[in-house]
Design a protein around this ligand. Sequence first.
Ligand code: ZN
Ligand code: MN
Length: 139
Amino acid sequence: MRDNQELRITRQRQVILEELEGDRTHPTAEALHQRVRQRLPRISLATVYRNLEILAERGLVRRLDLGGGRRRFDPVTEEHYHVRCLGCGAIADVARPPSGPADQGATAPEGWRIVGHELEFTGYCRDCREASPCGAGSS
Ligand code: ZN
Ligand code: MN
């Protein structure tokens, strides 16, 4: 019985990972849940979320806590940067990261220890720019 349960958990985690692998949209847990549910109809959002957190802790996926609210997930775990659309919230990879880690040489405030940094570019995606040619950063 325990084995069955473990098999089920392993299977769930594998499906979640597979669905995320092919997804370049940096989905939220909710968006991923919609997709995973087509393969595992009984899986709950809480289960998807919990598994994503475990996968992130193991370094198999990357958690993105960017501006604009919802936590998102990225199958690409190598260090890279993102641009977030101010119109629709879409997130895309930035092709060329700024040279050198931004936290290198940063001076921590008295008593603090810096262990990482968040850097987010903002802009407007193609869809938003086409929908609003005179706004949305058309220049
Ligand atoms: Zn957009
Ligand atoms: Mn990414």
